[in-house]
Write a protein that binds this ligand. Structure first.
Ligand code: NAD
Length: 283
């Protein structure tokens, strides 16, 4: 068996084009502000990519770049200013923040109706309660990839490898909401290979280079690799040993070019959703 490759780059581009078409029909430009504190180089690349994609799709997007020495109080005041700015529909605080600022304080300061990262406890709680709200971008992107794969979600055995607040947990909630039978595996899980082999849908989000081997994958399973790991030579690889996995999976995402582009597309999707919801317009 050779797995069908799920092309997140192409799907992300289609999603962004669809959003751009919807925005041309609006009388306003949805506003996105990405708040960056300090000079973390990887964050610089992410923030530029988000900004470029947003502007290309017709959003009013800008980065608020604050110096490394910014105090927590100053950052919270800046977020409060963006919360009350009527031209701003989505606020994203780029992580990681400098060590002297508590990420949870910054996340909790964002108006939940503008929380396009979906990290605010109110939105996390809504997701857990099965209520509508803003959903974290990466898991939302994975749901699009699963739809693209054509896999039937209802009743399917899904395994989520990783239990972080930004990927694993919300991912499991979305799959549960789609009627999958969900297992969450993590660093304390016993016999991980056996857990993986039971899965018809395997979402890998552990941040461990190629830890999921080919023979952990049930024949024909749909494998979504969220992991982004940089090797010493600069090459990016996922949490799944791709070359082995293509011989077992029915469909699989590559790294790069799988989940990554979907995350940015879903940030824009969340921003448009937030803009419409804030104006009382249906999404
Ligand atoms: P994290 O470190 O917060 O969480 C990792 C999770 O994996 C933890 O819950 C941990 O229990 C589990 N884990 C770690 N080692 C394990 C092991 N040996 N066995 C079983 N479980 C193990 O990471 P995160 O923020 O959730 O990100 C996970 C990965 O996804 C990272 O590689 C990250 O770079 C990537 N990521 C990609 C995107 C994207 O857009 N493609 C977005 C966010 C994160």
């Amino acid at each position: 068996m050779t797995a069908h490759i799920l092309d997140g780059k192409a799907l992300g581009a289609r999603l962004r084009a669809g959003l751009a078409a919807r925005i041309t029909g609006l009388s306003f430009k949805p506003g996105l502000r990405v708040v960056r504190v300090g000079e973390d180089p990887a964050s610089g690349v992410y923030v530029r990519n988000k900004d470029r994609a947003a502007i290309e799709a017709g959003f009013d997007s800008a980065t608020v770049h604050l110096p490394e020495a910014t105090s927590e109080a100053t950052l919270l005041a800046e977020i409060a200013r963006l919360n009350t700015d009527p031209t701003v529909d989505g606020i994203l605080v780029q992580l990681p923040l400098p060590a002297h600022i508590r990420a949870e304080a910054a996340i909790a300061a964002v108006d939940p109706s503008k929380d396009v990262d979906g990290f605010h406890p109110l939105n996390a709680g809504r997701l857990a309660a099965g209520q509508p709200g803003l959903v974290p971008c990466t898991p939302r992107g994975v749901m699009h990839l699963l739809a693209e794969s054509g896999v039937a979600l209802q009743g399917a055995r899904a395994l989520v490898l990783g239990r972080s607040q930004i990927v694993g947990r919300p991912m499991a909630q979305l799959l549960l909401g789609a009627d999958c039978t969900v297992t969450i595996a993590h660093s304390r899980t016993r016999d991980l290979p056996a857990e993986c082999r039971r899965a018809e849908i395997l979402i890998a989000a552990a941040g461990r280079t190629e830890m999921v081997r080919g023979d952990w994958i049930s024949p024909g399973a749909v494998v979504i690799d969220v992991g982004i790991n940089r090797l010493a030579d600069g090459k990016l690889v996922g949490d799944v040993a791709f070359q082995e996995a293509v011989g077992h999976a029915g469909a699989i995402t590559p790294v790069p070019g799988g989940v990554g582009p979907m995350t940015i597309a879903c940030l824009l999707e969340n921003t448009l959703d937030a803009a419409l919801a804030r104006r009382g317009m249906a999404g």
